[in-house]
Structures are given as C-alpha cells and as structure tokens.
Design a protein around this ligand. Sequence first.
Ligand code: ATP
Ligand code: MG
Length: 364
Amino acid sequence: MKPLHRIAVIAGDGIGQEVMPEGIRVMEAAASKFDIGLQFDRFDFASCAYYEQHGKMLPDDWKSRIGSHDAIYFGAVGWPEKVPDHISLWGSLLLFRREFDQYVNVRPAKLMPGVTAPVVRRDGSPRQPGEIDMVIVRENTEGEYSSIGGRMFPGTEREIVVQETVMSRIGVDRVLRYAFEVARSRPKKHLTSATKSNGIAITMPYWDERVAEMAKSYPDVTVDKFHIDILTAHFVQRPDFFDVVVGSNLFGDILSDLGPACTGTIGIAPSANLNPDRSHPSLFEPVHGSAPDIAGKGIANPIGQIWCGAMMLDHLGYREAHDAVMLAIEAVLRSGSAEVRTPDLGGKGTTREVGLAICQALQR
Ligand code: ATP
Ligand code: MG
C-alpha cells in the first residue's frame, strides 16, 4: 500500500486564500500523475480573520492538531490594518518555526524562462534563464535574532542598549551540514559562506571556523566566503557566480530577500522552513505576504505557492514529481502568453487561469 502523507493546509490571509487553491490543484494533479497519497487537512487558524473572531491567532491545542502532519502548506499571514504584524506573525509563523525547530530556511533564486531579471549583465544585456540559479540557506533559530539583552539607564543620556548574538556549535553545524548536503547534490557543488569576521570579531570568526571544519567532510564541494557587504554587491553584479549560499540568521535573512529580488517578481518566489531531522513538520510558504493591495481581485500570481508545493513534494521524497511541477511552471512561463500570466508579469490572466494552465502542462 502506498504511504499517505497528511498535509496541514493553512491559507491564512489576503491572497493566501486565493493562491492556496491553485497550489492544491497542482499538488493533486501531481499526486494523481505520480500515484502519491496526499491528504489535505484545512485549518482556519493562523489568520487575522481567526484572530478577529477568537482574540488569538491559534487555538490552545494547535500543536496537537498540526504537529503530527507530514508538512504544513502555508499561504500568507498578516493584515496590518486589522492586526499588528507583531501579533499576527509572532502568534503564528514565528511560533511554528520555534516550536517545530525549523532550523533551516531555504529559498531558491532561479531566473525562470519568460521572466526578465531586474539585474543585467555588465554590458547591459539581459540575464538569460539558467544564468541565475542559486539556493540560499539561512540559519533560522539563533544567531543575531536572540532576545538576550536589554536597556540600561533608559531615558537618560547614559542610555545603553545591548543585544547578544548567540551561536551554538550544534546550531551552526546543523545548518552548515544541510547547506553542504545541498551543495553536494547540485551540479556545480559550490558553497559560499556569508561572513563579516573583519568587523564582528567573536561570533563571525567562529562561524568561519565551523565552515572550514565542515568543509573537511565535503572535499567534493568548492567552498569560498565573502563578507556580507561585498557579497550583496556580487549578488547584483554577478549572480551567475553563486550556487549554494549559506548565512547566519541575519545575513541569511538579507540574502534570501535579495536573491529572489534579483530574479524577478516576488509573486513566483518560494520558501521552505525545514526541520531536516523530521522530528516535526516542515513548513512551505511563498516568499510574498498577504498583499492587501491586490487581495480579492483574483490576480495574485500563484506560482510562488505552486513552486513551494513542489519543494514540499521533494521534501516528502518525490523528486520526480517536484521536477515535473517545475517543468510545468517553466512551460507556462516560457509560452509567454498574456492569458496565462498575472499582471505582475505583464499579463492579463487570473490566479485561476495560471493554476489551470500549470495543471494542464503537468498532465501533458
Ligand atoms: P510581508 O507579509 O512579508 O510583510 P509585504 O507586505 O512586505 O509582505 P507583500 O504582501 O508580499 O509584501 O506585497 C508586496 C508587494 O508585492 C505588493 O504590492 C503586492 O501586491 C505584490 N505581490 C505580493 N505577492 C504577489 C503575488 N503573488 N502576485 C502579484 N503581486 C504580488
Ligand atoms: Mg505585509
């Protein structure tokens, strides 16, 4: 009997509600094509609508309701006009990240066919698909985003504010190991580490040290490191140089926004918050937010949602299904037809039309 994978579906707010049905549509088409057992269980919590009704983002038993699922398929959360971001975000996504120990954030940044990259070559000519193809791996649980610190002499001229960066050997090594494994699995086998050991004199040299140590176990992977300042410049000037890029929580945060930004619209970029140990579910979500400005119009690009669904299939062990979904996305983008492109890509198609077109391409 084929295994049944239970997916917790949280569409969330705004365009999350619009792109999620397209994500599920394509996942179901992939499941039927590759004979994969998928069961989608939908939850209405972790949304601002739920908050308005219940005064909280999550029910008390949220952990037992989604904690034993094989993955969480997430749309978007946030509606700043109604609920401040620190409540909606901290009360849902960031809580999942911590409680489910999703210590790796992965964002591919790949220039897709039919998409014009905002970054051009040095001679001014456009970047071609395949020229930019990188994966950004971010440490997701410690580093600069600790809450250790405080204020002394608040409100006085002697005011001092301190916030500590925390790096543990376990924390650094586990994200590095993940990044090295990804690098090893890719044709270029090239890993770049983001650092700033010339300015941040205690934690960053430690990060560099652990990278060098880990590299000994991966002689097949080419390793280099750049300080974060010049690294961001290289992302823009020669993105074709990079393959896998790993960074601490802060540097990874910066790069994982910059990378997808270099490859075109935010509407197609995917993201995964992974617990590679599989002791808890991993979470797959598009990079974009709830986009209140276009919500309800049916014109949100569903490709980010569909692409992270492909990453979910890969995580569940279905590489072939992942590849097929990616080919279907590429086929639709390559066709260049305005009917199957949403306005952010210069087309006049709807969310649904794009979802249906990708399904059709997948079934071919
Ligand atoms: P966050 O929730 O991370 O704070 P944000 O509010 O900064 O997100 P988004 O909600 O992602 O940003 O929206 C940023 C801009 O990108 C908006 O103008 C939005 O309309 C546009 N946008 C976001 N997602 C999509 C999409 N899937 N298709 C088309 N346009 C999108
Ligand atoms: Mg927002």
